[in-house]
Structures are given as C-alpha cells and as structure tokens.
Design a binder for this molecule. Structure first.
Ligand SMILES: *Cc1c(COP(=O)(O)O)cnc(C)c1O
Length: 374
C-alpha cells in the first residue's frame, strides 16, 4: 500500500471547521473569562437540549463526570456497584477512590455491553447501583437493567463516554438512567481539543450537587458548603465543543456509512462483525471486529500500513491495579474471550471510502498470511 491508513486523524475536523473554531477560540481569549463563563453555560444548555435532558453540568473529564456522579449519589466505602467486566478502567478506578467495590458482570458477546441476565447473581445487601457502559458506541440493553434497578432500589449511572448520540429505543443514551456521564476526550464522538466531560440528569437536586462538587463545594463567593473538587469544563473547550456539537449527528451518520461499507466489504471473511441490536442506534465510536488470530493479523496489518488498536487487551478483573479487589477472572468468559479477539479498525467521520477499502484489502491479505502461518 502506498500511503497506509491512520487509525484516526484528529486534525481533519479542525481543517474543515477552521474559520469557525478560530473565531470561537479568539472570542474566549478576548473575553478574558476562562473558567465558568458564558461558553460553559451555553454548552450545558445546548448539550442538554441535544439529548433532551433536563440538566447538564460541564466537568473536567469523563472520569470526573463518573466520580462526581458517584459522590453526588452518596457512594460510601464498602458500597458495591455492579459494572461491566469489559471496558475502560475509569469506572472501577473512581469507585476505588471512594472505597467502594466494583462488582464485575460479564458482557453480552455481540454488543460488548453488560449482560442484564447476570445482574441477579451479583446482588448483595451492599449493592447500591449499576454502571452500564455503552461500549464502542453501542447502547446497553437499558430496559432490563432499569427494571432490575427499580425492583431493588438501585440507582443507574450510564457511562456514555463512547456513545454520545447513540440511542436506545429512540431516546439518547444518558437520559435513561438516573445520571449519564459523557467524555469529550479528543478521540470520542464529540471531542474537545483537550479534556472535558459532562454529567446529565433529570434530577435537579443531583445536578445541583454536581455543580457544587465541581467547584470546590462553593455555595457562594465566600462559603464552601461541602468538600468538593476542582473539576470544571473550561471556557475554551466549551466554545470548541459548541461548534462541534452542531455536527455531531452528521458525523455519526458518516461513521454509520463507513461501518456499513466495512460490513459489506468484509462479508464472507472469517471476521466477527459488530452488530446493531434492534433496540438502538450504534454511534460507532469504534468499529471493532473479532479475529481468531488477532495479534498475528494486527502485526500483518501494521506491516501493510494499516493502524489498528486493541480495546481492551485485558478484561478489567485481570488489570493489575484491580487485582486486589477480589475478582475471579474465570467467571468472565465472554470478557476474557473478547479481550483475546477484539481489534478496532480505523473509523472517523472524515475517513474516505477508499481508505475503508484499503483496510479491508489489507485485512484479507493479513488473514491469508495468518492462516498460512498456522
Ligand atoms: C474515555 C472513557 C472514559 C473516561 O473519559 P475521560 O474523559 O478520558 O476521562 C470513561 N469510560 C469509558 C468507557 C471511556 O471510553
């Protein structure tokens, strides 16, 4: 291949929206207001309205969105929170900050999201809530999760970091549970030029508590009513995100078109393709396939100039930092299998269809090379 295909091109959106982004950035610089000003409030309003949510509170990252949501919900040491065994580290990480215990549940093998059938077996008198993750942009099956939570007096926090704009039975993810947590890390579907996040809820009291928590617990100019954090979305990122939010749906459509192209080009290959459950709309933050000889294929693809990533190489219970949390690796068959088989192929809205073709051609060659090596 002449040029190769990058996994992602984060400068492409800047080049397309350069004039508008430059103007938005200049406006913030000239305003002299960099923290909690009018850009953040406007982004909060616009994001809430995009999702059809009542309240949105900008915070410093997706990880902080989860942390502040869990603190606002009153999470205490010893509390148990059920979450997916196959995901990014952020959920168990913030739980451990609070002395709370992640209770991992295996995933559904086709959607890579928490398997609701397994919730019952994870329930104990210490269970307080559930954090389903809409992994890769595919919505988790929220109806059975919400029904189980309501039956057992648990709260639900949706980890929407990879799924801004995905829907579940016609509703945007993040508006179904008690709280939705979003990340604006540059590689997410709505990416800032740095870190950022958002907490979304229909509960006014919870939203108010997150607002206090993100700003040192300051109840007014002089008083700090509760112990809080320094975790604010900043004005520059908010201004940038407001420009980009207007394009989010168009970008998701582009991702979906590319996913469709991949699916038709990879048909007949020994590759497990991502599915879209009938209950929702996939936002394709990642286009993740399964391969029997994943590591060998990945290497062969790299030699052909095609960049890929492995999300995630380990099921969470196998992560060294979480080893002390009493998890039993053998219990997470699908998560462990996914960790061995998944490979994320390049996908981003500005990707061209000839690049998708190049990836698929490379993958076909890599698969041949791998099977010869057997
Ligand atoms: C990215 C991500 C986060 C954390 O978001 P940051 O903004 O990077 O802190 C949390 N959960 C999942 C599933 C993610 O992909």
């Amino acid at each position: 291949m002449e040029k190769g295909v990058p996994f992602l091109d984060l400068s492409a959106q800047y080049h397309i929206l350069r004039d508008e982004l430059d103007a938005a950035i200049r406006e913030v610089l000239q305003s002299g207001q960099f923290i909690l000003g009018r850009q953040v409030s406007a982004m909060e309003e616009e994001f809430a309205s995009y999702l059809a949510a009542a309240h949105a509170v900008g915070v410093a990252s997706g990880t902080d969105a989860l942390l502040l949501a869990l603190v606002a919900l009153g999470t205490r040491p010893g509390d148990e929170v059920i979450t997916s065994a196959f995901s990014f580290i952020a959920v168990p990480e913030v739980l451990s900050y609070l002395g709370a215990v992640p209770v991992f549940v295996d995933i559904h093998p086709e959607t890579y999201t928490l398997d609701a059938k397994l919730l019952e077996a994870s329930l104990t008198p210490r269970t307080r809530g559930i954090v389903p993750v809409h992994l890769f942009g595919h919505p988790a099956d929220m109806d059975p999760i919400m029904a189980f939570a309501r039956r057992n007096g648990l709260w639900v926090v949706e980890d929407c970091a990879q799924a801004a704009g995905a829907t579940y039975r016609g509703r945007k993810v993040g508006t179904i549970g008690d709280v939705g947590c979003f990340s604006f890390f540059p590689t997410k579907n709505l990416g800032a030029f740095g870190d950022g996040g958002m907490v979304v809820t229909s509960n006014e009291e919870l939203a108010g508590r997150v607002r206090l928590l993100r700003n040192h617990g300051a109840t007014d100019e002089h008083q700090h009513g509760i112990i809080g954090y320094n975790s604010r979305l900043d004005e520059l990122q908010a201004a940038i995100l407001r420009v980009k939010l207007k394009r989010l749906d168009e970008w998701i459509m582009a991702r979906r078109r590319l996913a469709g192209r991949y699916a038709s080009l990879l048909e007949g290959q020994p590759v497990g393709l991502p599915i879209e459950a009938s209950y929702g709309r996939h936002a394709y933050n990642q286009y993740t396939v399964r391969l029997q000889e994943r590591d060998g294929c990945r290497q062969a693809l790299r030699a052909l100039g095609v960049a890929t990533k492995v999300y995630y190489y380990l099921a969470l219970p196998s992560q060294p930092s979480l080893g002390g949390l009493g998890c039993r690796v053998g219990d997470f068959r699908e998560s462990v299998r996914a960790a061995r088989e998944v490979l994320s192929l390049p996908i981003y809205p500005e990707m061209r269809s000839d690049q998708v073709e190049a990836v698929c051609k490379g993958l076909a060659a890599a698969l041949k090379a791998c099977s010869r090596a057997d």
